[in-house]
Design a protein around this ligand. Structure first.
Ligand SMILES: [Zn+2]
Length: 220
């Protein structure tokens, strides 16, 4: 818990007085979750790949994104699991522009390493055909997608370091945007049953964030 709280305290210090929760304006100092992509940071070669480490972030921009719909709120967190066994392979998939191009805003490795793939102010392509509990379609328009490296087989676990990184990101997103709910990909996917991720996720671990959570049986 302490490291996760650390990221929260740091972020408050960074953002204090710089932005309101609803403002897309970035403060002058560097946020703990960076929002200035480095376009010169290509996907490293396999030989040069290194997971950044617990609660550290590298930004490897995915080309699979576009502008959010004008006037769209950013109020939903979508939690995914990758069904891919590493941060590197997931990041590589998000570089592919042919055959089902996809991305998320963040991907979190098992050790709490974080790769940012898309600016939160842009739309990542993670939800697919989808609808939230209120019936709002196209969840990509108004959500932030966070992928957890996990085999999504219901047996693979979510280590504490990975959960702490997830909680830290969601906590910061709550300050940056009017986040009002956390949903599983499984819950929002249309048709029901199209997705099962994140399989066997410990949702109780996110309760302290104080947000309504929608997961499990898809009511769509
Ligand atoms: Zn998913």
């Amino acid at each position: 818990m302490l490291p996760a709280l650390g990221i929260v305290v740091l972020a408050i210090g960074v953002l204090n007085g710089a932005v309101s929760a609803n403002s897309p304006t970035i403060g002058q100092r560097t946020p703990i979750v960076p929002e200035v992509p480095d376009p010169k940071m290509p996907m490293p070669s396999a030989a040069n790949w290194k997971d950044p480490g617990y609660l550290k972030i590298v930004w490897i921009q995915s080309p699979n994104c576009d502008a959010r719909k004008a006037g769209s709120p950013i109020d939903t967190i979508v939690v995914h699991s990758t069904a891919i066994d590493s941060l590197e392979k997931t990041t590589e998939v998000f570089q592919r522009t042919k055959e089902n191009p996809v991305s998320s805003h963040f991907t979190i490795g098992k050790d709490g390493s974080i790769v940012q793939n898309v600016s939160t102010f842009e739309r990542a392509w993670h939800a697919g055909v989808s609808k939230d509990a209120a019936g709002r379609p196209s969840v990509n328009h108004y959500s932030i997608g966070i992928e957890l490296v996990n085999l999504d087989d219901g047996k693979d676990g979510y280590p504490e370091a990975q959960l702490q990184a997830l909680c830290g990101i969601i906590a910061e997103m709550k300050r940056r945007f009017p986040i009002k709910q956390i949903v599983s990909h499984e819950f929002i996917a249309i048709p029901p049953g199209r997705k099962i991720d994140p399989a066997n996720f410990p949702w109780g671990r996110l309760k302290y964030l104080g947000l309504p959570m929608y997961y499990g049986q898809n009511k769509n």
